[in-house]
Design a protein around this ligand. Structure first.
Ligand code: KG4
Ligand code: ZN
Length: 357
């Protein structure tokens, strides 16, 4: 039996300090030996969003013990690690720099290769951590930092079909929650409030609903909610606004996902139609069941990876590291942090926020 690579992944792009050790079995399928994530929700709660400087301080305080814990839980020794992979972007530059520097220093100290990873590539490949998933598949990534439809066609082969032109969907949930006086991160709370409300009470805008292909936009919604929230006097009105927001998001995602299916099918000849939904917002039960129904209607197989693998984590970073290690795609120790780093080089050069409407 040949020795299988042992990869340490490190993730500090936003408000999660994470480390993971993975390897693979004889069939080449990844095995997660440890996956440690320390969230900073409590650090940022009172500010209603992530404060970059506080996030960076927290990473500095935690990074050493999180990495130690990942190594201990894997049952391996630090000297057995074959490569260290750290997120280099996109994300908050002050946060990225911490995991990046720590990873480089650790790799140098054990005399092993260092591999810089695109965080979005981690999300794109994360479903392969749990299922023997063949390329290509369509990924909808909906989290606090990203909202995009991505055609995942192989390692290093990604085509962005659509993206948000302003706020990420999780951000829209969190901002709405803040306007309704709910603590950060408000997404899960909005879902709970919405259960008791009338979704038809408020008619909210659906930005770029009838244009822009499968691109998304949520900033206009926030402005509309701000105006309504100012005049809210009763709990009932609050529930109704949460329910109306939730319903509007479902309608936007239903329509835009249908367009993304069409674009995906036009782009590639498919043996099997596969749709993967990742990111924290995928935890929303109503969004989930709406998307599952849509997949049944359009003959897609739907995959929702467990939240610990589709929220920010380091196993997905180690997973890309493992693939790159096998191809000897190593990075130099002067590799920079890249706060903006599109997975799809072509998309990176489009106008404005990266989208042509
Ligand atoms: O992927 P994730 O865990 O991490 C980052 O983006 O860093 O996503 C977190 C986002 C937050 O904006 C949170 O409010 C949202 O996912 N979220 C939800 C739900 N659970 C988490 N949004 C709507 N409904 C939920 N049930
Ligand atoms: Zn992420």
């Amino acid at each position: 039996m040949s020795k299988k690579p042992l990869i340490l992944g490190i993730e500090t792009s936003c408000d999660e300090t994470a480390a993971s050790i993975i390897t693979e079995n004889e069939q080449g399928n990844p095995i997660i030996l440890s996956n440690i994530v320390s969230s900073q929700v409590n650090v940022h709660k009172e500010f209603g969003g992530v404060v970059p400087e506080l996030a960076a301080r927290s990473h500095v305080e935690k990074i050493n013990w999180i990495v130690q814990k990942a190594i201990n839980e894997s049952g391996k020794k630090i000297t057995e690690i074959d490569a260290v992979a750290s997120t280099a972007g996109p994300g908050l530059v002050v946060c990225l720099s911490i995991g990046l520097s720590f990873g480089k220093a650790l790799a140098a100290s054990i005399n092993k290769p260092f591999i810089a990873i695109n965080h979005l590539e981690g999300h794109a490949l994360s479903p392969r951590l749990i299922s023997n998933l063949d390329y290509p598949y369509l990924l909808l990534l909906i989290s606090g930092g990203h909202s995009q439809f991505l055609s995942v066609e192989g390692l290093g082969k990604y085509k962005r079909l659509g993206t948000t032109i302003d706020d990420a969907l999780g951000e829209a949930f969190d901002k709405t929650a803040k306007l309704l006086g709910v603590a950060f991160p408000g997404g899960p709370q909005i879902e709970i409030l919405a259960k008791n409300g009338n979704p038809n009470r408020y008619n909210l805008p659906k930005p770029i609903f009838n244009k822009g292909g499968c691109n998304l936009s949520f900033a206009g919604l926030k402005t509309a909610i701000l105006k309504i929230a100012k005049n809210i006097k009763t709990e009932k009105e609050k529930f109704d606004l949460a329910a109306s927001f939730q319903k509007t998001i479902e309608e936007i995602l239903y329509k835009k996902t249908k367009i993304a299916f069409r674009d995906f099918e036009n782009r590639i000849k498919l043996k099997e139609k596969i749709f993967v939904v990742a990111g924290g917002v995928a935890a929303n039960k109503k969004i989930r069941s709406m998307l599952i129904n849509l997949c049944e209607e359009k003959n897609y197989k739907s995959i929702f990876p467990p939240i610990e693998l589709c929220g920010d984590n380091a196993a997905m970073i180690a997973m890309v590291g493992l693939e790159k290690f096998k191809l000897k795609q190593f990075s130099n120790l002067d590799y920079p942090a890249k706060p903006r780093w599109s997975l799809d080089e072509e998309a990176a050069f489009l106008k404005g926020a990266g989208v042509r409407l």
